[in-house]
Design a protein around this ligand. Structure first.
Ligand code: GLY
Length: 318
């Protein structure tokens, strides 16, 4: 038995470190995944998840989250929940319900409120400023309103061989009220089976959901394929198909982990992720697709990290 955790984007790193600490002390994967995602949801400078997430076109932060237990196949999810501090915790709690385990909109917010989940206004002053600026740009320059949809997804394996996967996002910036993506859809944004492994997705939900990519990656790993080969096969074959049939394609990236603690990643855009295992302490990597439908993965550079830290906290022009 071994333990490991992989998470999408650089923003996953600090939470993943906490999750890995928990796993190294014998904690279970469900607690580790929830802990790791809460860390991201609570961070005010990550613009696409939880507190500080960018709002919909009406200025409301509507969030989606999903959770799956790879032992029991319990699944819980919320879509379009608002004013709740940690959507991932609501999704995990809902996963214990046989009926009503996926809730949307005001129903999700009401259930979380009744069940004692912490309320918080999730719109930061910074996110509100970015929203106002974008509104103005859309009106003045006729720009596409849609931008930014980076989900945090974490796949965790614990020393008992149990997998859990969780996801959380504030979704597409300037989305229509009620819009959802892949994040809270099982098989699309997340999937786990403790006999095989788990996968999580980030990117344009409207396109990820066309391929059921997380289920497909876990299915491929179940045939004996390594996580890296499963990610490459699923993501690049689907990318080609979508370009051919649908004629356009959004950006997306997938991460996966198997029972040996081996991991894989595939992406159609530059993509950062964090991973830690029993053998290798948590680290951030950067991935890019190659012309031969593989994934090039390199350790992140300090320069990249410094620029990122500057970018997410850069003063906003008035
Ligand atoms: N993948 C997040 C979204 O599309 O909302």
């Amino acid at each position: 038995m071994t333990y490991a955790m992989i998470g999408t984007w650089r923003m996953a790193y600090e939470g993943l470190c906490k999750g890995i600490d928990l796993l190294s002390e014998g904690g279970n994967s469900a607690d580790a995944v929830e802990l790791a995602i809460k860390e991201v949801e609570n961070h005010p400078f990550f613009k696409s998840v939880g507190y500080g997430g960018l709002p919909n076109e009406n200025g409301l932060v509507e969030m989606d989250a999903g959770f799956m237990n790879g032992n029991t196949f319990e699944v819980g999810a919320v879509m379009g929940i608002s004013d709740i501090k940690n959507p991932i915790s609501v999704a995990r709690e809902l996963s214990h319900q046989h009926y009503n385990s996926v809730l949307v909109g005001t129903g999700a917010t009401q259930w979380a409120t009744i069940n004692g989940f912490e309320h918080q206004n999730m719109l930061t002053e910074r996110a509100h400023k970015i929203w106002e600026k974008r509104k103005k740009e859309i009106e003045e320059k006729n720009l596409s309103p849609y931008d930014g949809h980076d989900t945090v997804g974490m796949v965790g394996l614990d020393n008992n061989g149990s997998f859990s996967v969780g996801t959380s996002t504030s979704g597409l910036f300037m989305k229509r009220p009620g819009r959802t993506g892949d994040t809270a859809l099982v098989g699309d944004g997340f999937y786990a089976d403790s006999d095989i492994g788990g996968a999580a997705a980030t990117g344009l939900g409207e396109d990820i959901m066309k391929g059921c990519l997380c289920y497909e990656i876990v299915r491929l790993m179940g045939t004996g394929v390594s996580p890296q080969d499963a990610c490459d096969k699923a993501v690049y074959a689907f990318t080609d198909k979508l370009k051919k049939r649908y004629r356009k394609i959004g950006e997306f990236s997938l991460v996966a982990l198997n029972t040996k603690g081996e991991w894989g990643v595939a992406t159609n855009v530059e993509f950062t992720f964090a991973v830690g295992t029993e053998k290798n302490k948590p680290a951030i990597f950067i991935a890019n697709p190659t012309s031969d439908k593989k994934t090039n993965i390199e350790p992140i550079t300090q320069k990249w990290l410094d620029e990122y830290a500057k970018r997410i906290k850069a003063p906003l022009d008035d």
